[in-house]
Design a binder for this molecule. Structure first.
Ligand code: SF4
Ligand code: SF4
Length: 134
């Protein structure tokens, strides 16, 4: 299985090698999509975690036992359709092709299944149509 999750680290845990244990002890593969870690503040990490069902469940149990809050990431980045002017600025910025121009209509399409939540489009969008929800 493969899932994207958000980890909220309390300040006392931000320097713990949690991801190392996920790989070594639970055979999980992880890909860090975002990380915001400031000294003495809560850390936030968005990761894509993949592995066998049992390993995944045990890995999540381990994370929670460390005192880390785990959220499943569902719709992390959304487009506010009413705000989008289809200007196309985001198309050149999006690294995965989740934002692209339909050559027939010249409208900008947002394919959320390709979005990796890098947030590059959020500050780039002139009318602030791209929004992040956790
Ligand atoms: S930059 Fe914003 S307004 Fe322009 S096409 Fe992309 S989402 Fe729409
Ligand atoms: S968050 Fe990143 S991957 Fe998702 S639509 Fe914006 S630029 Fe593309």
């Amino acid at each position: 299985m493969k899932k994207r999750i958000v980890l909220h680290f309390p300040p006392k845990l931000i320097d713990k090698p949690i991801t190392y244990h996920l790989v070594k002890d639970y055979n999980l593969v992880f890909n860090i999509l975002q990380a915001r870690i400031m000294p003495n503040e809560e850390g936030l990490m968005v990761i894509e975690l993949s592995g066998g069902n049992k390993d995944y469940k045990n890995g999540l149990k381990f994370i929670r036992e460390q005192g880390i809050n785990v959220q499943t990431l569902k719709k992390d980045v959304r487009r506010n359709e009413a705000r989008c002017t289809h200007c196309g600025v985001c198309v050149a910025i999006c690294p995965t092709g989740a934002l692209y121009t339909d050559p027939k209509t010249m409208k900008v399409i947002f394919d959320s299944s390709k979005c990796i939540a890098c947030e590059l489009c959020v500050p780039a969008c002139p009318p602030r149509a791209m929004e992040v929800k956790f």
